[in-house]
Design a protein around this ligand. Structure first.
Ligand code: COA
Length: 263
């Protein structure tokens, strides 16, 4: 494993073809401030062009928190214009959602507000049994502003989103799994090992095919079913232009593991 810290508030580790991004403000429960957002975008831009990385895992530093939301201290005295500037594109939520490589949220504790929205933007959510989830903006006289009113209903439905957004209540990991907010829950001590096992498995697939597969599934959120099915057919046929399709099929027929070329 190699470790580097090219950005101040985001740590990046590599384990094989998996990059682990850690939001590193444990004393503030990894709240998202302007610096974190900027550093996260820079880290993602670096990873996007790194052919040695196939999958990204996002987590929070310390034992207590994934991300406890936007940094509330930055809201005090802010004007709408200041806030609009702080929310200018590109936004981490959108970049995460359309990132060309799979992104897994490894949720190790509080997953609140913008943290829950960021997790909702990822492709998969794997949580510690100690994790707590919520959209508590209502307690601040605010509403979710990172996609919580739009992505969350697509994940967990309108009613469950209403419950979280209108009450500001927190729920535990088991309930989050019940309502589809997370896909997997593990005992806290096993979270990293289990998440990395799954990430390494994905990262061992053809990077090109992973990209197309992710795009196809993501499209289900965007297009009516008939258009989505037609788009899937086109992407399926596009795979027939790749060396990796020939390799995958040949490997099956020759009863050997495939050696992906990424083209
Ligand atoms: N923004 C800024 N600072 C935050 C923060 C946030 N979203 N969440 C936690 N912190 C800070 C606390 O102010 C505290 O800092 P301090 O030690 O300098 O006082 C530190 O992180 C530890 O948090 P603390 O509240 O003492 O921990 P706790 O275990 O008692 O409570 C929470 C944990 C998550 C319940 C509580 O911190 C909380 O409600 N945070 C806000 C969550 C939120 O509303 N997020 C949505 C924002 S839009």
């Amino acid at each position: 494993m190699t470790e580097s810290s090219p950005q101040k508030t985001i740590l990046m580790e590599r384990e094989g073809r998996v990059a682990i991004l850690t939001v590193n403000r444990p004393d503030k429960l990894n709240a998202l401030n302007d610096q974190v957002r900027e550093d996260m975008l820079a880290a993602l831009a670096e990873i996007e062009h790194d052919d040695g990385i196939g999958v990204v895992v996002l987590t929070g530093a310390g034992e207590k928190s994934f991300i406890a939301g936007a940094d509330i201290s930055e809201f005090a005295g802010r004007t709408p214009f200041d806030q609009r500037e702080a929310m200018r594109s590109p936004r981490i939520f959108d970049v995460m959602g359309s990132f060309p490589k799979p992104v897994i949220a490894m949720i190790n504790g509080f997953c609140l507000g913008g943290g829950c929205e960021l997790a909702s933007s990822c492709d998969l959510r794997i949580a510690s049994d100690k994790a707590r989830f919520g959209q508590p903006e209502i307690n601040l006289g605010l509403i979710p502003g990172g996609g919580g009113t739009q992505r969350l209903p697509r994940l967990i439905g309108l009613g469950q989103t209403m419950r979280l957004v209108l009450t500001g209540d927190m729920i535990g990991a088991a309930e989050a799994k019940d309502i589809g907010l997370v896909e997997l829950v593990f005992p806290h001590d096993e979270l990293r090992t289990k998440t990395l096992e799954l990430a390494q498995k994905m990262a061992g697939r053809s990077p090109l095919t992973l990209r197309v597969a992710k795009e196809a599934v993501r499209t289900a959120w965007k297009l009516p079913i008939e258009e989505g099915i037609a788009y899937e057919r086109d992407l399926f046929c596009l795979c027939f232009s790749t060396a990796d399709k020939e390799e995958g099929v040949a490997a099956f027929l020759e009863k050997r593991p495939a050696v992906w070329k990424g083209r």
